[in-house]
Design a protein around this ligand. Structure first.
Ligand code: BGC
Length: 480
């Protein structure tokens, strides 16, 4: 079998075995061989292919047609927390360019467009009076998808809470369960006859921990007192949102997504293995386990022990919901080391460059395709998880336009290696039904601003011109 590998693949194989990350050479070989055999048909005719996007990252029109401010408007505009000082005020101006952007998606032969609805566009006061212009906008987006045989997938919440609700405590206030329920009813009733695929929350660990624990995302709050109620209320909304969609939408395919990763120890020391257990609980268990009736992973995450204070009678049952699918969002692996002084986690993720990783993205994230395989395997092992989709995966690079072309070979290689690992999982019987890459367009990458470019399509943020990158053409040909 070795002789069908080219030199680069062979060296990579040796490297993986030498690093001890996968001990079984047969296993590694299998995955590499599949990369050279990648084809659309290998995934089956029903497999879905598309892109994921999020309202604040692409829409712009931040104060147009009745939209109010979200916590991300406040966070980026007032506090200048964004590395390049930018905001999502205009972003990709998808609000005005949605039709031509969906045409671009169609030209790449993709059949899923995942987007999120901006709560502050449809309910400017967070609750109460509905902004019809906001509702109409998403009807236009959905209709444009349907005309092009593209399945519209809606995420209810991708981090942009209306600022008016943050002023009342936001996710820390238990009333958020009622606010979110009202919003979920509105969206699912408005679009439920046209949209069948639904995601309740995008990465609850990310928006709770990074926004309300560490404070480097909106709304910029820190500490365990902010974090614990936020986690519990988000987990309650995760389940309640699922129930609401099920009650309003016939034949709905309902899921929720997690930012998950394969976590490994820096050294083979017992204390680093303990750090792995904590990180794994945070990234991979915190929100799925309560939804499956397993409760919060308190014994592996000691900082959760006071979460009980926020749990009311019957809440443990209400946290449970029978999702039709789980969305796996994986970009890299985490390698962690035990460090006692780090708050909450007593452990730290070691930057890939510092541990000698060679290939990493503009986010500093290591290319580690086996993480996708391991993560799919891990989630499929939960009793109660029915099917999986990869709802985000992609790579940020510093793309350059030369002669109206973006030659992003590194991104093509990234996709090939991750798709090979997804195929490996599928061939082993893991029920993975689709792949949505992050993302269609270069966009506002939260606190990183516009520097990291993730799109299959390059965006010139001054002119709003779009250029399909080589990786976009690669998908177009792959999916032909
Ligand atoms: C988020 C996206 C983000 C992407 C790349 C995911 O965690 O859902 O909003 O842009 O990662 O960082």
């Amino acid at each position: 079998m070795i002789n069908i590998l080219n030199r680069k693949e062979f060296l990579r194989l040796l490297g993986i075995i030498a690093s001890g990350t996968l001990s079984n050479p047969q296993q590694v070989l299998a995955s590499i061989v599949k990369q050279s055999e990648l084809s659309k048909s290998a995934f089956g005719n029903d497999f879905l292919w598309g892109v994921s996007t999020a309202a604040y990252q692409i829409e712009g029109a931040s104060q147009e047609d009745g939209k109010s401010r979200s916590i991300w408007d406040t966070f980026s505009q007032k506090h200048r927390h964004i590395k390049d000082g930018s905001t999502g005020d205009i972003a990709c101006d998808f609000y005005h360019n949605y039709a031509s952007d969906i045409d671009l998606l169609k030209s790449l032969n993709m059949n899923v467009f995942r987007f999120s609805t901006a709560w502050s566009r449809v309910l400017p006061q967070g609750t109460g009076s509905v902004n019809q212009k906001g509702i109409d906008f998403y009807h236009r987006v959905i209709d444009k998808c349907l005309e092009n045989n593209i399945h519209p997938w809606i995420s209810l919440y991708h981090w942009d809470l209306p600022q008016v609700l943050q002023d009342k405590g936001g996710w820390m206030n238990r009333e958020v369960i009622d606010w979110f329920s009202e919003y979920a009813h509105l969206i699912s009733k408005s679009y439920g006859d046209k949209v069948k695929d639904w995601i309740v929350l995008n990465e609850p660990t990310a928006f709770t921990v990074v926004g309300y624990g560490v404070g480097v995302h909106a709304p910029g709050l820190r500490g365990v007192n902010h974090l614990l109620p936020t986690i519990h209320h988000a987990a309650m909304c995760q389940a309640e949102g699922g129930r609401i969609i099920r009650s309003n939408v016939s034949n709905a395919n309902i899921g929720t997504t997690f930012s998950c990763s394969h976590v490994m120890p820096l050294r083979s020391l017992e204390k680093d293995h303990i750090a792995v257990e904590r990180w794994d609980a945070l990234l991979n268990r915190l929100f799925i386990e309560p939804s499956l009736g397993l409760g919060y992973p308190i014994s592996s995450l000691p900082f959760l022990r006071n979460i009980d204070k926020h749990i009311k009678e019957d809440d443990m049952e209400k946290l449970v919901f029978d999702f039709d699918f789980i969305g796996i969002q994986n970009y890299t692996r985490e390698v962690v080391k035990n460090i006692g002084i780090i708050p909450y986690m007593h452990g730290l993720e070691i930057h890939p460059a510092k541990r000698g990783a060679k290939d990493f993205s503009d986010m500093g994230w290591e290319f580690y395709p086996e993480s996708l395989y391991e993560t799919l395997k891990r989630f499929s092992n939960y009793k109660g998880v029915k099917k999986l989709y990869v709802t985000e995966n992609g790579c940020a690079l510093q793309d350059q336009v030369v002669d109206n072309r973006v030659e992003d070979t590194q991104r093509i290689n990234y996709f090939k290696s991750y798709l090979a690992q997804m195929l490996r999982a599928k061939n082993e019987g893991i029920d993975v039904r689709g792949y949505l890459c992050w993302s269609l367009l270069d966009n506002f990458e939260w606190r990183e601003g516009y520097r990291p470019r993730y799109g299959l399509v390059y965006v010139d943020f001054k002119t709003q011109e779009r250029i399909i990158k080589d990786s976009g053409y690669w998908f177009r040909d792959f999916l032909k």
